[in-house]
Write a protein that binds this ligand. Structure first.
Ligand code: BES
Ligand code: ZN
Length: 591
């Protein structure tokens, strides 16, 4: 189950962190105090998850007044799960304090040098705990089945600011000491920290952005509809239960698009393109405040309960705030991503809603399948029972499981009791089973349709026939990111070089500042060996560390011998700027 923790004997209820960020040694060091509820009164060994931690001391206490040294040992590490920390505690112990340091290579942390930031003067650190990387910076029961509250003291160089995905105690800038409190019980993968030259700009009473000074204004503008998204989601699925909702914009090496850390979504700067066309990312991470953070997958095999639900919610939010035209485009692009993922995956079970993890790192089974197949499943239910009924059903699911970790079996039981049974025969058990186990898309799925993207396909056909870039310029005058992405992706993989360069000259695709458009263009360029795009592509692959944008480029390049040589050459320069999880993905791909 991705964890070594003995949660049948002890459950963490509260965590107290006191950590110092040492940028010279690239370590987080200090103490983690874990307060337990005992499930087994006789148990005398607490097993925690760790990865590459240097454990210096373990102490146990009952009540916290006096502490005794506790014997401990670290099991040999496994590549997938790290190393179990076994601490022997007295029978009456209800808490444990571990003194430790993280490794400079901690998989859940990225230490950036000043040149890797936008300010270029100060270093930066951020964490990314999902799925099982919290253990690389905190000795912890690293499973989403366990929820805990926490308090944290974070000590940093005086010129830096620390932000955690938690409530902050005010008024500390310049002190080098920051205090945080997370009063709602959360799973370990939602613990998050960022340290850097961070400033804050409010957007509404409860929303705002954190970013480096150079990035803050554009970020606040791009994300200004966030408050409206929250109100929309509350109207559909019940109150936002986390107090504030802020966004923290990271340097471009952030390996994901976004991460739903509670109260403070962490986001890639690559969605800030000036026209709000990529803010579905905010809708997505915000939606996790219901599907994921409030009602959490109990195991990583139930990941679709987080991501499938969130993808469905994301599109409902986009539809309500920006209109059905955009949400339908997103649904179609999602389908295309699903088809691509299914083709790329090598383990058959990973093409289903619930990949079998066994003793694999959940990260190795990661794909968009649980996202898109899960969202299609929910759209199917919506279609069968009607939107109003389905909305009420979902809201009830969130309300009745708030702050709980849940399994697929629990969802299925709830589904049959509160939805399926209201109209027997509407959906059959066989259909449900097919959704759960199919490696393709069920024939009875309700497929999205986008008139806007059909028009794009017509424009593509016209251009392929006539070759007229001016006619295409007219047709595409009002295209958004999604339409350009669809157009480029829908082009044949073999095109004449002069065709490509005419397109490039007219629409400046090689130099597109839009990371999504540039991404699909570079894929087309690789397929055609359109070399004029390669220098810009190389700069892109060095500057950006977002896995979704770079990994397909490496994969495409690796299909031919000279492409692979080029990929290796680029990677030799890019690797040190990538986050450890991006490094390990590209390492695997090129070796
Ligand atoms: N929770 C995920 C990111 C994640 C998943 C990190 C699994 C580590 C392990 C987040 O909500 C997400 O799905 N982000 C997407 C963007 C979204 C708009 C589909 C991403 O980063 O690409
Ligand atoms: Zn997500």
């Amino acid at each position: 189950m991705s964890t070594y923790a003995n949660i049948d004997a002890f459950i963490t209820k509260h965590l107290v962190l006191d950590l110092t960020a040492d940028f010279d040694s690239r370590t987080l060091l200090g103490t983690a105090e874990l307060m337990f509820e005992r499930r087994d009164p006789g148990a005398t060994e607490v097993v925690l998850d760790t990865r590459d931690l240097q454990v210096r001391k373990a102490e146990a206490s009952s009540g916290g007044a006096s502490w005794v040294d506790a014997a401990f040992r670290l099991d040999p590490a496994t590549a997938a799960f790290g190393s179990a920390l076994r601490v022997t505690v007295p029978r009456d112990a209800d808490r444990l304090r571990i003194t430790y340091a993280s490794s400079p290579a901690a998989k859940g942390l990225q230490w950036l040098t000043p040149p890797q930031t936008s300010g270029k003067k100060l270093p930066f650190l951020f964490s990314q705990a999902q799925a099982i990387q919290a253990r690389s910076f905190i000795p912890i029961q690293d499973t989403p089945a366990v929820r805990m509250t926490y308090d944290a003291t974070i000590r940093v160089p005086k010129e830096l600011v620390a932000v955690m995905a938690a409530e902050a105690a005010p008024g500390e800038k310049g002190s080098g000491v920051f205090h945080f409190r997370m009063p709602q019980p959360i799973p370990s993968y939602l613990i998050a920290i960022a340290i850097g030259d961070l400033t804050f700009q409010p957007m509404s009473d409860r929303t705002g952005v954190w970013a480096e000074p150079a990035a803050i204004a554009a970020a606040a503008k791009e994300f200004e509809d966030t408050e409206q998204m929250i109100k929309t989601t509350e109207a559909l699925y019940g109150p936002y239960r986390w107090g504030r909702y802020d966004l923290l914009v990271l340097p471009p090496s952030f390996p994901f698009g976004g991460m739903e850390n509670p109260r403070v979504t962490f986001a890639t700067p690559t969605v800030i393109v000036g026209d709000k066309s990529l803010v579905a990312l905010v809708a997505h991470e915000l939606a996790h405040s219901w599907s994921g953070n409030l009602v959490t997958n109990a195991t990583w095999q139930d990941f679709w309960l987080n991501e499938g639900f969130t993808t469905y919610l994301e599109r409902r939010i986009v539809e309500a705030v920006y209109g059905k035209r955009l949400s339908d485009m997103e649904r179609i692009i999602g389908l295309r991503d699903l088809a691509q993922a299914r083709a790329d995956l090598t383990v058959a079970g990973d093409r289903t809603l619930q990949p079998t993890l066994g003793d694999r790192d959940p990260d190795d089974a990661y794909s968009v399948v649980p996202y898109e197949l899960g969202a299609l499943f929910l759209s199917f239910l919506e279609d069968k029972f009607g939107r109003d009924t389905f909305d009420r059903f979902l809201r009830r699911w969130f309300d009745e499981h708030a702050f709980q970790s849940v399994t697929t079996a629990q969802f299925l039981e709830f589904l049959s009791k509160h939805l399926l049974s209201t109209r027997p025969g509407e959906v059959t058990e066989a259909q449900i089973q097919e959704w759960l186990h199919t490696e393709s898309i069920p024939s009875f799925a309700v497929m999205p349709k986008s008139d806007a993207l059909e028009k794009v396909e017509q424009a593509r056909d016209a251009w392929l026939m006539s070759g007229s870039v001016e006619a295409l310029a007219l047709a595409s005058a009002a295209w958004s990111t999604q339409e350009w992405v669809h157009f480029i992706d829908a082009l044949p993989r073999k095109l004449d070089a002069d065709r490509l360069s005419a397109l490039d000259r007219r629409f400046k695709l090689t130099d597109s500042p839009n990371s999504e458009i540039a991404h699909v263009w570079f894929r087309l360029a690789i397929a055609n060996r359109y070399t004029p795009a390669f220098p810009a592509m190389e700069r892109y692959m060095i500057r950006i560390g977002r896995r979704k944008l770079i990994v397909p480029l490496y994969r495409d390049l690796a299909l031919t011998a000279d492409g692979k040589a080029m990929a290796k050459r680029i990677y030799a320069k890019a690797r040190e700027g990538y986050h450890p999880v991006a490094q390990s993905t590209v390492d695997d791909l090129l070796n």
